[in-house]
Design a binder for this molecule. Sequence first.
Ligand SMILES: Cc1cc2nc3c(=O)[nH]c(=O)nc-3n(C[C@H](O)[C@H](O)[C@H](O)COP(=O)(O)OP(=O)(O)OC[C@H]3O[C@@H](n4cnc5c(N)ncnc54)[C@H](O)[C@@H]3O)c2cc1C
Length: 355
Amino acid sequence: MMRTLDTPVLVVGTGIAGLKASLALADSYKVIVTTKRNVGVSSSDWAQGGISCVMDPGDSFEAHIEDTLSTGSGLCDEEAVQAIIEGGPNGIRELEKLGVAFERNGAHENDYDLGREGGHSHRRVLHAGDITGHEIISQLIRATLAHPNITLLERVMAIDLVTTGWLKHPGTNSCIGAYFLDERTREVFAVRARHTVLATGGACKVYQYTSNPDVATGDGIAMAWRAGLPVKNLEMVQFHPTALFHRKAKSFLISEAIRGEGGVLLNHQGERFVENLIRVNRWLRGYVAGRSTTPIKQTGAHCVYLDITHKSEAFLREGSRIFISAVWNLESIWPRNRIPVVPAAHYFCGEWRRR
Ligand SMILES: Cc1cc2nc3c(=O)[nH]c(=O)nc-3n(C[C@H](O)[C@H](O)[C@H](O)COP(=O)(O)OP(=O)(O)OC[C@H]3O[C@@H](n4cnc5c(N)ncnc54)[C@H](O)[C@@H]3O)c2cc1C
């Protein structure tokens, strides 16, 4: 007979969404939280740059909302934009209470070291060095493991939701848990739950090149769809302009900080194909990524190149960890500091919706 675990709340996924939901719900309920690899494997853990949030007294929600709507080219859900932006500072304080240390440049409550990224009219990116996601996930894992109401199950893959719709009683289709496959034992088991939270992340692995880890296969979106829920915005995928191109190795993200420090994109003949550097740096990822596909499509080249040869080795060594991992680890393989890159699927905006 199939083993069945019972719990008030089942959470599938241990990225920032799954862990944060587990911790919030665990104050009132027993929670089982599951993940198909080890707990630390997620896009959340790989996030680098930081979180945009209005924390500077000179900034305002209105300015952040306006920046978001204007870069959203008329496609944003304005209510969602407003709710997310206005909820930002509380979210940051909650993460801080859990131990997340965002970088600061003074002792005052609001003295954060705020970065500025494309599309923003103010400095508003909170970060923890260039490993913001790892810092957040490490603290969330620590709090999860310490919480008496949370049971963590690793390396168990959710296969499908269990729904009462199969009983064919009109109007009574509800989710009562999920089936899982245990990677180590090959056992299939069920978790029966009053509430199920799907926090399985995006689906960027459907693309040939992606900055995401292997777990980003859209499992939760597919499960929700099979259970009869509507899905939306699956075509909205943000591409990052500079992921490493290598015939054998997996792509990984090469930070936009390299372009920020003067790196330029060149086609395979060594020519620039996007406008002058300063403007490009301010332009949005999607735009630059789109422009990068042009020389690739026109010539059949496998990639374009990110060139930072004008910088000295000393400068790069003094720079962030990202320069070192992106440039020096590749040095032995490619001509100095000219990095083969391709646009890669980075951020998946699609989601399933409650009816
Ligand atoms: C390289 C990189 C850099 C980024 N930088 C930034 C940044 O600077 N700022 C920013 O705001 N965003 C950034 N992002 C985006 C951000 O990381 C994601 O939007 C966010 O982390 C998504 O969180 P999540 O919890 O929804 O999903 P994820 O973090 O992807 O977590 C999904 C979880 O679900 C689990 N899972 C999936 N399928 C199953 C299944 N069938 N059964 C069980 N478990 C399953 C996975 O193992 C994982 O634990 C970056 C992303 C990447 C990849």
